[in-house]
Design a protein around this ligand. Structure first.
Ligand code: ACM
Length: 711
């Protein structure tokens, strides 16, 4: 049969001999046995010394049985460049297996960065290995329209191209500060899939038992569409394809009938290409400011008796749902489609948390769970200092693994509406294949396991052991992955006795070796065996080892123990500002509690128990530009012996280059004349306006400081 032939082809690619296909079972064979008592995607895999049997009721079941058989093959079997082997050894196993969820997805955003047909096929190959069966293809967003639509050629002629402003430097993530494209400016970055290419990909996926679900984002996230057909937009529509982050002037006009005519024709062409049940229409993050001032949008609200813009959005989504239902297909939207009233038959993809999914399930709607904090694999997967600056916040491998897809708050009937889960790869900062695989592996293993394996039989240690086997295979194929889960975390907590240091790794049973002299750790270094205190400024470097080999990255910690450690810190009225002298340092996120935040200025008095001699102030200023947090523009320092009469010892403007976009800690050093003092007053003043190009350019910057270090 075709199925047997495709399995045989697979072996042939890896072995120096070709398996024969025969009708009747013999010894020394792989037998495919139809067993209609098994569930749709279930399989049994029995490996004995004599033969291998795969039983299943469906082709999908046989396919998954074969994927499990492949997973038992040695690493050599996977190597693209490895010599073809003649023999290999398999374990004797009896596996009875079936999926926990019917929707086991992977989402790829090809709008923010374009990936080729060959790359998409590679994604599908890898999905199939992990028994993932839904490819959610994010085809249209502000930064590019990626699917040929014959009725609307400008969607790809105009909407698929933008000014080339690619950031290939993994250390910075400047998506939010990219220059905007001007009308007439040359657009050289982009690409799209022809309808023939889409059909090819859909067929390729089908051979791998993967359904392809297109997403065309609307009514927000539509700037590329509006660039192609400005008449579909609202007042103030931005007439160019976005080059970076946007959240305004990018919506369809929900007031014009022409908009619905366009969506009807366009979506029907899309639906012709994708033969499956579901169509995703986005619905997320629609900035409705334009709707408040657009005459057509306002007239529509009046005519339809809609009380607010949320209801207008709901009206829009319900009309789109009718277009999809008319083809006997189902609409999926992100959880914002709950706003203003959910469309009658909609499936909700819950991303802002689990709440949207819970609400939808309680209302009897189907749900796919993809909460960002567990399923967004564009987030960083390790310590800020060790990761390329590609993502927004953190999603650790263990966090992804420990996600429980079915919320406890649902009763069994409601829980049955949770169709599954998926990994979402947004590509704002992912401009090439090696970044794609780095962000995907190993977290996709965790999410695939949540989708396939019942919660009750999941086990972190067992998972990580199996993961090491899979990572060896990625090595054999030269596929880049993240070693983040192996790197040590050097945890630190300011105390009255100094900085308490402890260390851990996400993956258990690794050894951590560390040094305190700045040298790189080896197995000759100290082994970490419990918390200790730092009483003076030292650099700690730590490295994990597994089986005598270094694994993961070297972590470094050099938070200083300084003269103002644990002294009283207050504002000018005497209100405590303990965070600034508690030896606790902030992580690279604005919500970390160790940051002292301020809007326009921050004045702090450090009161020392005795007179000291000081000549330097250092501190880290958080730069978290997406939230408008920047280093201060001005630092003023006064000294006092009695806490009453202060003398200015330094006033220093900070470097303008700190205004470039990104997310990091900016180390600042302010030297002053050596001074005897018992009180030090520090005033930090922010930039009065955010830099040009910032999405909140008209506002003032704010700031966040974790510690004022005096030397
Ligand atoms: C989303 O991340 N805006 C669905």
């Amino acid at each position: 049969s075709e199925l047997a032939q495709s399995f045989a082809d697979h072996f042939q690619n890896q072995l120096s001999w070709s398996p024969k296909i025969v009708e009747t079972a013999t010894e020394n064979s792989i037998q495919l046995i139809q067993d209609n008592t098994l569930a749709a995607e279930a399989y049994h895999l029995n490996i004995s010394p004599e033969k291998i049997q795969i039983k299943a009721a469906t082709e999908a079941g046989f396919f998954y049985g074969f994927q499990s058989l492949r997973q038992l093959m040695p690493t050599d079997f996977y190597g693209k460049t490895a010599k073809k082997t003649k023999e290999f050894i398999l374990p004797i196993v009896q596996i009875q297996d079936k999926p926990a969820f019917g929707w086991r997805g992977f989402m790829l955003d090809v709008s923010r960065h374009f990936f080729t047909v060959a790359q998409v096929k590679e994604v599908l190959d890898k999905m199939a290995e992990l028994k993932l069966n839904r490819f959610h293809w994010h085809l249209a967003d502000d930064q590019g329209w990626r699917v040929e639509i014959k009725a609307y050629p400008k969607l790809t002629e105009v909407g698929a191209w933008r000014m080339d402003y690619n950031n290939t430097d993994e250390r910075i993530s400047d998506w939010w500060g990219r220059p905007t494209q001007k009308p007439g400016e040359e657009a050289t970055y982009g690409g799209f899939y022809t309808q023939e290419e889409i059909k090819d990909i859909v067929a390729y996926a089908k051979e791998r038992h993967i359904e392809v679900i297109p997403e065309i984002d609307m009514p927000g996230h539509a700037q590329a569409t509006i660039a192609a057909y400005p008449e579909l937009g609202c007042v103030n529509a931005a007439p160019y394809v976005a080059t970076g982050g946007v959240f305004k002037n990018n919506t369809y006009n929900p007031g014009k009938e022409a908009t619905y005519d366009f969506i009807d024709k366009m979506l029907n062409e899309v639906m012709d290409l994708f033969p499956y049940e579901y169509v995703h229409i986005g619905g997320d993050e629609c900035n409705k400011e334009q709707w408040k001032i657009d005459p057509a949008a306002q007239a529509k609200m009046k005519a339809e008796g809609l009380k607010n813009e949320a209801e207008l959005q709901s009206y829009f989504i319900k009309r789109v749902e009718k277009i999809i239902n008319a083809r006997n297909k189902k609409m999926i939207g992100w959880d914002e489609i709950l706003e203003g009233g959910l469309a009658p038959n909609a499936t909700v993809m819950s991303w802002r948390g689990e709440e949207g999914g819970i609400t939808a399930a309680k209302a009897g709607h189907e749900v796919i769970m993809t909460p960002s904090k567990y399923c967004y694999i564009d987030l960083k997967q390790g310590h800020d200092d060790l990761e390329p600056n590609l993502g927004y916040s953190q999603l650790l491998l263990s966090t992804a693994y420990n996600y429980k897809v079915k919320p406890d708050s649902l009763n069994p009937e409601e829980a049955a509406l949770i169709k599954g889960t998926q990994a979402n790869l947004w590509t704002e900062s992912i401009s090439d294949w090696s970044k794609l695989t780095y962000m995907t592996y190993p977290r996709v293993f965790a999410i695939a396991e949540n989708a396939w394996t019942e919660e009750s039989v999941q086990d972190w240690n067992d998972f990580t052991e199996r993961m090491f086997v899979y990572l060896d295979r990625l090595d054999a194929q030269n596929i880049r992955y993240a070693p983040s889960a192996f790197s040590p975390w050097i945890d630190h907590q300011g105390t009255k006795d100094g900085i308490e240091i402890s260390m851990h790794t996400e993956v258990n049973d690794l050894d951590i070796y560390y040094t305190i002299d700045g040298s790189d750790p080896t197995e000759e270094s100290m082994i970490y065996d419990g918390p200790f205190y730092l009483l003076e400024s030292l650099t700690i470097k730590a490295q994990s080892y597994r089986g005598g080999k270094p694994i993961g990255r070297i972590s470094t910690l050099n938070f200083p123990v300084h003269l103002a450690a644990n002294v009283k810190a207050t504002d000018e009225k005497g209100n405590p500002m303990d965070k600034l002298s508690d030896l606790s340092y902030g992580k690279l996120h604005i919500s970390d509690p160790h940051w002292q935040k301020a809007k326009t200025e921050m004045t702090t008095i450090l009161a020392f128990p005795d007179t000291i001699t000081a000549s330097k102030l250092t501190f880290n200023a958080l730069r978290f530009t997406i939230s408008g947090v920047y280093p201060p523009k001005l630092v003023d320092i006064w000294a006092s012996k009695d806490g009453e009469r202060y003398e200015l010892v330094m006033s220093q403007e900070t470097d303008e280059r700190n205004l470039i976009q990104g997310r990091n800690k900016v180390p600042m050093t302010i030297d002053f004349q050596e001074t005897e003092l018992q009180y030090l007053k520090v005033r930090l003043t922010t930039h009065p306006i955010l830099p040009e190009g910032h999405h909140r350019a008209e506002q003032a910057a704010s700031m966040a400081i974790d510690e004022l270090q005096v030397w």
